[in-house]
Design a protein around this ligand. Structure first.
Ligand code: FRU
Length: 489
């Protein structure tokens, strides 16, 4: 059995290695966001700091640029930005995970006394439908993984015919290991809690939290963590309209296994951010990364991207540090500070007051960070319109509607590929407002409203021109600062 796993890993690695140089030439490759060397990726998995290094695993179909039987790809990093690819970690190889419509589905990693231990969902199909079980794989060197002989360690929980039972996220509390697993009952999402002394023998504890019709039909990729004296349940609910990732902030009672939430919000307000997973690092930071794409069941879906023709698909969001905003009880998502080490060629824009429209020439047309701060008290304009990544087919439009307190991203006439307008409310509580925009070849991420708003959207423009256009509508915008840096990793 173990040999079959090894063979499947080697075969897949060989294939990826044979196409990766060609894939590297694709015009759509991201500059400073994580991507696999080739082929399809989705969810971040097993995100952990282990022996001082960050490890990121991911849902992987090494053989195609579309979803297929799932492997786990693997990379490591010193700083969450620059990643080294490592050999593929898991391949479908056993009776509980080897299936063309299944495989090694999402899961997480923990450091069990120096042993890097993965827990993932083995998915197969039977005549009755999908079978999802939870499995363990371990590594002593952080590179080569062996599946546990006693797999599966948690069997399906066919509550009233439900077959969805996946995406285990493990953590330790006191002397016990806990895992939260996503599922559904009567078409309402829920998260189940199990506990274990040894990561192999698990006991059902409770329904940690559930939807009562208001939080989607199935909870994918739940994650549970402490922040300050609160607890957070982060999840990717299905069939909840424009809400594709969310967080619930509340209190946990380990004696009953119940999590009671009082505040909720979106992890990201964009089209392209799904299945986020978090880690805590040795600096005590809670860091979240998400898959920067969407699924066909989402209402705005066009396709996965024109880069599929270049034998690759999918990248990850910028990693974000999570903080609790004491005043509102909401979460803040702040791009990790390490990205600043990759700022090159500062372009300090001399702009104090903007009346009407102005072009800003930038020294890199695709890969840059823009950061400006507005004096809201002195500003009279209703709105600031920012036109980004202009190309032969159009332009992406970001609107900061100060009067109505909204952030709006419009990609309807941007690249001739995908469409849609995303908008969200802003609190605008302070007298100043920082807007931080990260542009990479196929993505725009915006962080604003004191980091209570993150918005990630994919766009696919080619041959952009080296300028950004700013327009103040009905009045003037007063800036405290305005900087642009080329970002290069
Ligand atoms: C979320 C998801 C998970 C599943 C994985 C399969 O994007 O559907 O629930 O484990 O993708 O690749």
């Amino acid at each position: 059995m173990a040999n079959n796993h090894k063979e499947k890993l080697e075969q897949a690695q060989k294939y990826v290695d044979s196409i990766k140089n060609q894939v590297a030439l694709s015009k759509y490759r991201q500059g400073y966001h994580f991507m696999a060397p080739a082929s399809w990726i989705n969810d971040p998995n097993g995100f952990i700091q282990y022996k001082g290094k960050y490890h990121l695993f991911y849902q992987y179909n090494p053989y195609d640029s579309k979803w297929g039987s799932m492997y786990w790809g693997h990379a490591e990093s010193e700083d969450l930005i620059k990643w080294n690819h490592l050999p593929i970690a898991l391949a479908p190889s056993e009776f509980y995970d080897d299936d063309k419509d299944g495989g090694c589905f999402s899961g997480s990693a923990v450091d069990d006394n120096g042993v890097l231990t993965l827990m993932y969902t083995g998915t197969t199909t039977s005549e009755e439908g999908t079978v999802q079980v939870q499995c363990i794989a371990t590594s002593d060197d952080g590179v080569n993984f062996e599946k546990f002989e006693g797999n599966p360690v948690i069997l399906p929980n066919f509550i009233e015919g439900n077959r969805d039972f996946r995406d285990p996220k493990v953590w330790k509390e006191g002397d016990l290991w806990y895992v939260v697993i996503g599922t559904t009952k009567n078409n309402e999402g829920r998260a189940l809690l199990y506990s274990s002394c040894d990561l192999r023998q698990w006991n059902f504890v409770s329904v940690l939290a559930e939807s009562h019709g208001e939080l989607g039909s199935m909870w994918e990729c739940p994650d549970f963590f402490k922040i300050g004296d609160k607890h957070v349940l982060m999840l990717s609910p299905m069939e909840l309209g424009s809400t594709i990732t969310m967080y619930l902030v509340g209190d946990m009672d380990y004696s009953t296994g119940k999590f009671t939430w009082t505040e909720k919000g979106k992890v990201d307000f964009g089209f392209d951010f799904y299945a986020p997973q978090s880690l805590v690092d040795d600096k005590g930071r809670r860091i979240v990364v998400g898959w920067a794409n969407s699924w066909p069941w989402m209402e705005w879906f066009t396709d996965f991207g024109p880069n599929m023709e270049d034998k690759w698909n999918g990248s990850m969001s910028l990693p974000r540090e999570v903080k609790l905003d004491e005043r509102t009880g909401k979460l803040k998502f702040i791009p990790v500070e390490e990205i600043r080490n990759y700022r090159k060629e500062e372009n300090k824009v001399q702009l104090n007051t903007l009346n009407g429209s102005k072009d800003i020439i930038i020294n890199n047309k695709d890969r840059y960070e823009m950061l400006f701060n507005i004096d809201l008290k002195a500003t009279t304009a209703k709105e600031l319109i920012i036109k980004l990544r202009e190309n032969k087919k159009g332009v992406a439009i970001l609107r900061l509607d100060i009067k109505n307190k909204k952030l709006i991203f419009d990609r309807n006439n941007c690249d001739g590929y995908n469409k849609g307008i995303k908008s969200c409310d802003l609190d605008l509580f302070e007298d100043t407002l920082s807007v931080n925009i990260f542009s990479d070849n196929i993505s725009i991420e915006v962080f604003t409203d004191d980091n209570k708003v993150a918005m990630s959207n994919n766009i696919y423009p080619l041959e952009c021109i080296n300028k950004v256009n700013l327009e103040a509508v009905d009045g003037e915008i007063v800036f405290n600062s305005f900087d642009i840096w080329r970002i290069e990793v």
